[in-house]
Write a protein that binds this ligand. Structure first.
Ligand code: UDP
Length: 327
């Protein structure tokens, strides 16, 4: 009998890639998503239930109808500046709703969880390659809402049979290599914005801060392809199915690129070949200077083997997806 997995936020950008891979691997998938940013057409496998995690009665009904073997929990808000402006939305959506989900897991006996967390839990790290045991000190409400969720999951796991894999994503980019799904919500992230500038959908690309303590003064991030991030969830699920203990693991490539380097690659002849205007702006609230992952642990614990570890591949697939959206 195939295993049944609940994916919250499965109609969203990362979630839809996970759902597609779960479907391809023969899992039975149920997606629970309020479709505030996700879209129904992005769910290529399984059943989509449009609902909000704040509606705990609905959630109990869903858990009552299906016998889930595991939950993959992504549904959340994820834009750093928005979290600074609307912190309560972030604590409700990200933290309180995680508690609702855990209540359902508890009552219905679901004991495996993959949780989507973020490098934002580290804040300003002084490690070049931040390890999972680095101090957590988020500098924005988004990071704090996710860290609180992590702590709640860990406390609940200590008091129950739940085992979890917490994946701390670094900067997820790119799209399905054959163009079926990609990022649909309004772009706020660097690669999507730069692609939109190359496609003349926005007049320029603004760099948020050029006075960071980095070699070229712009923020450094570890960009990871969404396909590889999705695969990390499948690997995490298999790890738990094989009896693995609860773990927190980074999901990045262990390579940092500055904003200027990313912009340069988007403009490159081999990628867009478009020299769009770039302007220097002020720093954005809540942005750390540099965050790059140590990835020894995910490779060792989950046997994760990324296939798209290449900035150009990430940007090219993102650009191809943005072009399709124009049609
Ligand atoms: N950034 C930028 N211009 C943009 C969007 C982002 O300069 O239009 C910068 C941002 O300040 C950060 C990096 O690009 O240094 C990555 O930001 P993004 O929003 O993609 O992801 P985050 O790291 O905030 O999750």
């Amino acid at each position: 009998m195939s295993r049944k997995i609940l994916v919250t936020g499965g109609a969203g950008y990362i979630g839809s890639h996970i759902v597609r891979q779960l479907g391809e691997y023969g899992y039975d998938v149920v997606v629970y998503d309020n479709c505030s940013t996700g879209i129904p057409q992005a769910v290529l496998y399984g059943e989509l239930i449009i609902g909000d995690l704040s509606d705990i009665n609905r959630l109990y009904q869903v858990f009552g109808k299906h016998q889930f073997d595991a939950v993959v929990h992504l549904a959340a808000r994820l834009v750093v500046p928005e979290s600074v402006a609307y912190p309560l939305d972030y604590y409700s959506n990200n933290t309180c709703n995680t508690i609702n989900l855990l209540h359902c897991c508890n009552v219905m006996g679901v004991d495996k969880l993959i949780f989507s967390s973020t490098a934002a839990v580290y804040g300003e790290s002084n490690q070049n390659f931040v390890t999972e045991d680095a101090p957590t000190s988020p500098i924005n409400p988004y990071g704090r809402s996710k860290l609180m969720s992590e702590l709640i999951i860990q406390d609940y796991a200590r008091a129950s049979t739940l085992r979890y894999v917490i994946l701390r994503y670094f900067n997820v980019g790119g799209a399905d290599p054959v163009g079926r799904i990609g990022q649909n919500s309004r772009a706020t992230h660097l690669i999507a914005n730069a692609c939109n500038a190359a496609l003349k959908r926005q007049s320029e690309l603004k760099i948020f801060g050029t006075d960071f303590p980095t070699p070229d003064g712009t923020g450094i991030r570890d960009y990871v392809h969404v396909e590889d991030v999705a695969t990390a969830h499948i690997d995490g699920l298999r790890y738990l199915e094989d009896g693995g203990n609860s773990e927190v693991v980074n999901c990045g490539y262990g390579e940092g690129y500055s904003v200027r380097q990313v912009v340069e690659r988007v403009k490159a002849k081999a990628i867009s070949g478009v020299d769009f205007p770039v302007i220097n702006g002020d720093r954005r609230d809540g942005d750390p200077a540099s965050v790059t992952a140590s990835i020894q642990k995910i490779k060792k614990m989950l046997s994760w083997q990324p296939k798209y570890n290449n900035l150009d591949a990430i940007i090219s697939s993102a650009l191809a997806w943005e072009k399709r959206k124009l049609k």
